[in-house]
Design a protein around this ligand. Sequence first.
Ligand SMILES: [Zn+2]
Length: 300
Amino acid sequence: MSVTVAWHPACRLHDAGAGHPECPQRIEAVLEALRDPALAAEIRWVEARPADRAAIERAHPAAYVDALERLAEQGGGMLDADTIMGPRSWEAALAAAGVAAAAVDEAVAGGTAFGALRPPGHHALADRAMGFCFLNNVVIAARHAQARGHARVLIVDWDVHHGNGTQALVEHDPTIRYVSMHQYPWYPGTGAAHERGVGNVYNVPRPPGLPREVYRRDLLEAVDAALEGWRPNVLLVSAGFDSLAGDPLGGFTLEPEDMAVWTTALRERVVPTPIVSVLEGGYSIDRLTAGACAHVRALA
Ligand SMILES: [Zn+2]
């Protein structure tokens, strides 16, 4: 078995300024780690095309996309305190969304795929950039899968932060179920257990510092609840590696092998459903690359 890794060289072009944790080195290090000869037999590489307007507008209104485009033409600017558009950030955002859509195309053709991308997406609301995110890559991927006839989509988000944007974009839509485990209370403040959408949202808010076995178990219990009497046609993972021990922006205690355990457990639960994973956070470069390699190997 092999896994397809979708990528685009423009993902490195977004630069939010010196010292920003969501830096180009993140994707450079992930791609370099995945290009390790030891993984070569397990990975098929696909260079994506940047997302087109139709794909983006399944998740975001045209007026918002127009506004980002205009800002990009002016050389960028600040969208919130930590979401800064540089001169080439828009190219990177379009590339990232395109990578997510390409990963769907690859996985539904049979198998699993990982979208190696940045900037991340799960904090992006329909009409507002926030939390390092401009476009909601995982929701663009989910809508792309639905446009291709895959009606039911499960999104599992193990980034240490709640995917408030993803939740907001899907919480009225029973065709998509969203499971998120995240540190709570923590940025961005949403993700309480009582936030259930139309019964399609499964939040698992947890404090920092718990034994890793607890996090590992609790996410899978929520996935099992989401799968009760309901089978997705595609499973998407918002794969954030800031839930690993040692991340500067989170306090969870997970290890790369826990992501491999989750990946295998998800596959077993939904086989033969295609699994598509997209990169979200992860701000310790060493931990990010170790987590991504363990996850991708388990996808293969
Ligand atoms: Zn995060």
